[in-house]
Ligand binder design. Structure first.
Ligand code: SAM
Ligand code: SF4
Length: 456
């Protein structure tokens, strides 16, 4: 086939990883990347549905593309991902110039749908099951030293605010041997850092059995096995769910030297009443007690979290409980979200939706508190040295990298992505550190890569 493609990605790491698969599929068919829509024969939007502003952005982007399509009727416009799964036929009703709507489970059929669109007109596949784990598709990875590795798709939980189970379906874990084969292959290609992806990594393997036994593989077991793979120097994962968290994961983290000292541990709210309404079946005391156990077992570990403000029925008292837990938890960073009602979710139709101005006010207070905590956490690093893995050019020149604790560090100089170095931290800001090079300690492979299909 061939031609040029432009790919825009919205949303979380799962979507970024799916986009690598979309790019891999297109490139396996001879497409090459375009820099702008005017050069492209295919434009793909890989969408997110988690909050309403993601919907608005997609329809805004489709509006911008309309004149391009009018000027070039052979341009193919594809909407993929969670919003495609959620809005289905509505997308082509609202934007009839869209050629292909492809849901989260239909990705392997992308090339076929594009070919059919040539002769048969607009196509849509939003099936609710998948026969092929997307990781079995070829991937076009942007950087040579880091890779996302999907360990499970979908989610069996029903947090009342969340649209993910509706658009990504139930949990489907990937066989442990296939995950390990992919990581081994990545290591052979020069990847030194992997991030294991799942909506709820603690329930990884619940839907599998270990070959030759009736036992289920566990996430802790997977972590230890990835830790044994030669060449991998940093292992990250996201996200564990506080409800399903187990001590064996802490032990595996503490005992696996390549597992980084960082955990993203989504709290959502500090109010027990709101956690119950969210159907998050842990309470703030249990959450904080996990934090203490994690910090005791892994000294210096950084903890980040997700918090939603303005869930339906949230009172000032509930919000005060969130501020209290944020104060007690002293997170390194928090991703803070204003609650966004999502169609089809129980919370979307709950009474007592909190007025926008109240949500905004609480959000601003939460952000101010967390920024001050983040800054004080960052300041603890000043004067110390830390291992930094260079990721690329910094926004203000020089280079940017990350510590094992996932803190962003800006450094002067010109160092290739994939360089490991020791840096002395000289100053701190709420979201990044500034450092100076002490010495280079190693270099991973350089350049970007396209890989063949991984195992299942
Ligand atoms: N599976 C992860 C977990 O349970 O922690 C969460 C995945 S979700 C893609 C990322 C974050 O988006 C959630 O932790 C939550 O804080 C936020 N989020 C999800 N639905 C939301 C909604 N309707 N409004 C605002 N924030 C939302
Ligand atoms: Fe959504 Fe809850 Fe599943 Fe996370 S665990 S994806 S928040 S339903």
């Amino acid at each position: 086939m061939g031609g040029r493609y432009l790919l825009r990605t919205f949303g979380c790491q799962m979507n970024e990883h799916d986009s690598e698969r979309i790019a891999g599929l297109l490139e396996s068919d001879g497409y090459v990347r375009a820099e702008e829509a005017a050069q492209a024969q295919v434009v793909v939007f890989n969408t997110c549905a988690i909050r309403e502003n993601a919907d608005n952005r997609l329809y805004g982007n489709l509006g911008h593309l309309r004149p391009f399509k009018e000027a070039n009727p052979r341009l193919r416009i594809v909407v993929a991902g969670c919003l495609a799964q959620k809005d289905q036929g509505q997308i082509q009703e609202r934007a009839p110039w869209v050629d292909v709507v492809i849901g989260t489970h239909a990705l392997p059929g992308l090339l076929e749908l594009l070919k059919r669109a040539e002769t048969e007109g607009p196509q849509m596949d939003v099936r609710e099951y998948t026969e092929v784990f997307p990781s079995a598709l070829p991937a076009r990875r942007e950087v040579a030293h880091h890779a996302w590795v999907s360990i499970a798709m979908g989610c069996d939980n029903r947090c009342t605010f969340c649209i993910v189970p509706l658009v990504r379906g139930p949990q489907l874990s990937r066989r442990i041997g296939d995950v390990l084969a992919e990581v081994q292959d990545l290591a052979r290609r020069g990847v030194v850092e992997v991030t294991l992806l799942g909506q709820n990594v603690n329930t990884y393997g619940r839907d599998l059995t270990v070959p030759g036994s009736s036992r289920r593989p566990l996430f802790a077991e997977l972590l230890r096995a990835v830790n044994d793979i030669e060449g991998i120097r940093r292992i990250r994962f996201t996200s564990p769910h506080p409800h399903d968290f187990t001590p064996d994961v802490i032990e595996a983290m503490a005992e696996s030297e390549r597992v980084c000292e960082h955990i993203h541990f989504p709290m959502q709210s500090g109010s027990d009443r709101i956690l119950k309404a969210m159907q998050r079946s842990y309470r703030s005391e249990r959450y904080l007690s996990w934090l203490s156990r994690i910090r005791e077992a892994i000294p210096g570990i950084a903890v980040t979290t997700d918090i939603i403000v303005g869930f339906p029925g949230e009172t000032e008292e509930d919000f005060a409980a969130t501020l209290d837990v944020v104060g007690a938890g002293r997170f390194d960073q928090a991703f803070t979200f204003q609650y966004s009602p999502r169609p089809g979710t129980p919370a979307g139709t709950m009474p007592d939706q909190v007025p926008k101005d109240v949500v905004q006010d609480r959000f601003d207070r939460l952000v101010a508190l967390q920024e001050s905590i983040s800054l004080s956490r960052m300041r603890e690093m000043v004067g110390r040295t830390a291992e930094v893995l260079v990721e690329g050019v910094g926004r203000k020149g020089g280079v940017q990298g990350r510590t094992r604790t996932n803190k962003v560090v800006h450094l002067g100089g010109d160092l290739a992505p994939g360089t490991f170095l020791e840096a002395r931290i000289t100053s701190a800001h709420p979201h990044h550190l500034v450092g100076e090079l002490v010495r280079v300690t190693g270099v991973a492979a350089a350049g970007s890569q396209r890989e063949p299909a991984a195992a299942g």
